[in-house]
Design a protein around this ligand. Sequence first.
Ligand code: KPL
Length: 302
Amino acid sequence: MDIVVFGAGSLGSLVGGLLARDHAVTLVARGAHAAAVRESGLRLEGVGETHPDRVFPGATTDGTGLEADLAIVAVKSFDTAAAADALATGSFDAVLSLQNGMGNEATLAARLEVPVLAGTATYGAILRDPGVVNCTGVGEVVLGARDGGPSDTADRIGEAFAAAGLETTVAEDMPRRLWEKLAVNAGINPVTALTATENGAILADPATDLARNAAREAARVARACDVALSDRDALAAMEGVAEATAANTSSMRQDVLGDRRTEIDAINGYVVDHAADHGLEVPTNRTLAALVRTWERGRDVR
Ligand code: KPL
């Protein structure tokens, strides 16, 4: 397959790097990372001995006019519309969103005429240096039709992901899976970002109550949106991810450390907005969103 990865940050580079063993992959990345990959390839750390530690995908900073069988979108949620506009100048048979937050697939589908699939990833990854990505926690990729139901395209992509060594599930209940992942991120990301801790910190006092309350509130809002996500499943998912990625620096904490805008609007902000639509109170998500936004304003990263 010809595959383009839009947004080769930590997760995009890990997924693209693993796929590059068997497929012609092009990473759309920031300047220094793209230059390093072009010069000496992409070094993959922490992926086990069955994989080469260096792969040689193509790399570019210009995402316009590209052609491939599959485009994987791994940009930050606030860059999805810009990625869709760039994708619209190229030609792809299918597009897979592998992003945090909600609403990304709808943004892509509104601008593109190709099938858009939904995906979630709970791998821990960090871009250690330009050209070097480290897998810091083995999670799972879940992908499928964005409205749920079977999809031959999702089956084919799922096979390619699994063959590349990625733990992959092709699911027919993506709306529920997306809400479950939102609950995971609503608990782990702001708490670890605000307290400068690794993901495992949310498993113990005093962070655990905060993270659990945020995940429970997200599940309550999911149910109000007619998505059958129990508190129990949301908590089990969050704790499972925190255990599997205990030593990982969450993407929101990486953003804070790098003085970059976070995905707070598409994660806790999304929970708050949708709670309001249904007359629900979500005080923990509201507080976490306010704290992270206050940090962003103070740093002028918006
Ligand atoms: O999605 C993640 C993120 O950091 O954004 C998790 C799954 C929490 C892994 O760190």
